[in-house]
Design a protein. Structure first.
Length: 59
């Protein structure tokens, strides 16, 4: 039960995005260098702020 709740919370908050990204990169591009979690989150944040369709961010 606890495992299911943890999975749901991670998916709902998108905390698992880095894990999915790493799995994708290892499968599709095994020789590519992987960014650290911090670098990945920075890339996501930059991409979100650059695209107005991703929502408005005031701060």
């Amino acid at each position: 039960m606890l495992r299911s709740v943890r999975w749901y919370v991670r998916e709902f908050t998108d905390e698992s995005a880095y894990d999915r990204y790493v799995a994708h990169m290892r499968h599709e591009h095994p020789d590519a260098a992987l960014p650290s979690r911090r670098e990945f989150e920075r890339m996501r944040s930059d991409r979100r702020e650059a695209d107005p369709r991703q929502g408005f961010r005031c701060c």
